[in-house]
Design a protein around this ligand. Structure first.
Ligand code: MIC
Ligand code: SF4
Length: 639
């Protein structure tokens, strides 16, 4: 049978279920990745499952989110992660080695494999032809323990690329164009698979920029074929043996096709506060800018930073703004240094930060109050930069560099002739910042180090048939996990400590949420469309659960957050009639009869006396997991 890349990879990994769109399939998972901010929970859960060694082909633990080490907490977390990796046979990428997705692409990702990662931008590896998905940490823990990962068999959307990008236009503009067309909601359950002649004009890091930010559409993942260009990239990384050809058959069919002519794309920008709010840079005009930040897992590859270095060569940044650069990996820095690019950046006035997530997750470099920040990142949600009233614009490295020179949002084509950059034939391969797994016997002897900030996992009661309580908060559409469980320098160090981090739930939306949840004995969350978009952080489910949230009732959910709610025993429900959203207010007393969750549920609003019909998309297994009080107690019984 003719197949797409997605069909070919999935058919080799389906353990249960039929490849029918919308039906649940269980997938064998070859690899996993974690990062520090979600990793500590994932490994505490893995330990709780009680397996002696990971069962994946290989798994990697990265430290890249929280590298500030403002006190013992963070340093303790890193040590825990390093010792746990040693104990269970996991690769450990040390802090300073780079951003998880960039390093995974360079050193680990394999075409044709399946990967899940406790970070929503795990689809970056789709740029190399790996079927890579973001998930909660508990799902990663289960995959490391050998359990399959369940998804709804996706609808395969083919994105047909023709033509070739013009000078000054790059992969970021392509994904911004995709986001302009499909927006951040309405894409749950889809895979965006790129095909067509235009694919050949994009390098692996270009493709990875596109699959990385594909996450912002809310899709399951995005993927490119594995072709000769992929082989060249792997060869340059000294791992050609990891390559295999995976291209769609001539007569492969897609459920839907979107055509994009690369030659027609112009420099694009996502305006505050949504990655889907996309315009042409030229149409937005010369907005005054206070800060430019270059980096993040979307745009920190060698290609991107060499381009920035070439644009800045012999120039100075505007005196009215700051420019920060966070390289994606140590390999990138190594090349920047040896090629002279690093000196161009420094001489132009860039502040070069660590090889980590940095400002992207609010770890420093917050803009001034009311400031404008132009970033090459993938998210511009309100407050995520660390400054609530900052205005964040998302652009390509070319647009960011041009803006840094002029001090206002600039279409890079205004700079004249585009520089030409050359990529090395062979990358500098040096894996001394990656600690390899120990042999099984030796690994058993390793002692796991737990600092005082690493608190035991909370455990929860099974969910009953009738849920009663008050509406703790009512929110609108597109609520992100950054709204539910903020990150940043103050809160990230608490990721291993649920009692402490739970004090910050919905902090920026309603500072009284925590007190209310405590004094009302928990209750419900009511929301609109695309609830829980963004990050994979399970803390956005775990911390509300700890505060007694019983169910979340919304118009629609984002995929990863929906899975996280189930994993931690919060019942995810949707309105049968979306208009019923208006019939519930904050503070209303609700009673929801869920029964055994085999059918719909009804909600009685005790405050108004009205009855509202609710629905869910839970499988029989999801219902079992919920009823058991979450996935951890459930998996312990099943492994
Ligand atoms: C993000 O970009 O929001 C993060 C921080 O990388 C998250 C993971 C986390 O919250 O730790 C993600 O994208 O999943
Ligand atoms: Fe890190 Fe930002 Fe990428 Fe998240 S989006 S993994 S915070 S660089």
């Amino acid at each position: 049978m003719a197949g797409t890349v997605t069909e070919k990879i999935l058919s080799r990994h389906i353990l249960e279920g039929e490849p029918v769109t919308g039906q649940e399939v269980a997938l064998r998972i070859d690899n996993t990745l974690t990062q520090d901010a979600t990793g500590t929970m994932a490994y505490l859960q893995f330990e709780a499952i009680g397996i002696d060694r990971i069962k994946t082909q290989f798994s990697v633990s990265f430290v890249d989110h929280n590298t500030l080490q403002t006190d013992f907490k963070n340093a303790d977390d890193h040590l825990y992660l390093q010792s746990v990796a040693k104990r269970y046979g996991i690769y450990f990428s040390r802090p300073g080695n780079g951003i998880c997705h960039q390093v995974f692409l360079e050193r680990f990702a394999r075409p044709g494999n399946t990967l899940i990662g406790s970070d929503s931008h795990t689809p970056t590896a789709g740029g190399i032809g790996c079927f890579a998905m973001g998930s909660g940490g508990l799902d990663v823990a289960c995959a490391m323990a050998g359990a399959p990962f369940r998804i709804k068999y996706p609808k395969i959307v083919g994105i047909k690329l023709t033509g070739r990008l013009n000078d000054w236009v790059s992969a970021k503009d392509v994904i911004l164009e995709v986001l302009r067309r499909v927006d951040v909601k309405g894409n749950v359950g889809k895979v965006f698979e790129y095909f067509g002649e235009g694919v050949k004009t994009l390098s692996v890091p270009d493709r990875a920029t596109i699959t990385n930010m594909g996450t912002e559409t809310g899709c399951t993942t995005s993927i490119f074929p594995s072709d000769e260009i992929t082989r060249e990239f792997l060869k340059a990384q000294g791992r050609e043996e990891d390559w295999q050809l995976i291209i769609p058959d001539e007569d492969a069919t897609y459920d839907e096709i979107i055509e994009i002519n690369l030659s027609g794309i112009e420099p694009m920008v996502a305006l505050p506060h949504s990655p889907g709010n996309v315009r042409r840079v030229r149409d937005v005009g010369p907005v005054r800018v206070d800060q430019v930040c270059i980096g993040s897992c979307t745009n920190s590859s060698l290609r991107d930073l060499m381009m920035v270095a070439a644009i800045l060569e012999g120039r100075s940044i505007s005196e009215d703004l700051h420019l920060t650069i966070s390289p994606g990996s140590r390999q990138v820095v190594d090349h920047l240094v040896s090629s002279g690019g690093y000196a161009n950046l420094v001489r132009a006035g860039a502040r070069i930060l660590e090889n980590s997530c940095g400002p992207c997750i609010g770890m420093g470099s917050a803009p001034r109050s009311g400031g404008v920040s132009v970033r090459t990142f993938n998210r511009n949600f309100e407050g995520r930069s660390g400054t609530k009233d900052a205005m964040v614009y998302l652009v390509s490295p070319e647009t960011a560099a041009a803006t840094a020179i002029n001090g206002y949002l600039t279409d890079p084509r205004d700079l004249g002739e585009a520089p030409k950059i050359m990529m090395p034939e062979k990358f500098q391969v040096n894996d001394n910042m990656i600690i390899k797994p120990l042999p099984e016997e030796e690994a058993r002897e390793v002692e796991i180090v737990r600092g005082p900030n690493i608190k035991p996992l909370p455990s929860f009661e099974p969910v009953g048939d009738v849920l009663a309580g008050k509406v703790l908060i009512k929110v609108g559409d597109n609520i992100t996990t950054d709204h539910i469980m903020p990150a940043g320098a103050k809160i990230l160090p608490l990721r291993s400590n649920i009692p402490e981090i739970s004090k910050h739930v919905f902090e920026a939306v309603d500072p009284s949420f925590y007190e209310k949840a405590r004094s009302w004995g928990g209750g419900f969350i009511v929301g609109g469309e695309n609830y829980g978009q963004g990050s994979s952080r399970e803390h956005a489910a775990l911390a509300p659960k700890y505060l007694g949230v019983k169910a979340v009732v919304v118009k629609s959910f984002a995929r990863i957050h929906l899975a996280n709610l189930i994993n931690f025993g919060i019942v995810p429900l949707t309105f049968r009639n979306p208009g019923d959203y208006d019939r519930i207010s904050e503070g209303d007393e609700l009673e929801i009869t869920i029964g055994d969750l085999s059918g719909g549920c009804s909600l009685t609003n005790r405050t108004t006396g009205e009855v509202i019909e609710l629905e869910h998309t839970l499988s029989a297994m999801d219902a079992e997991i919920l009823k058991a009080g979450g996935k951890l107690p459930w998996i312990k019984k099943h492994i």
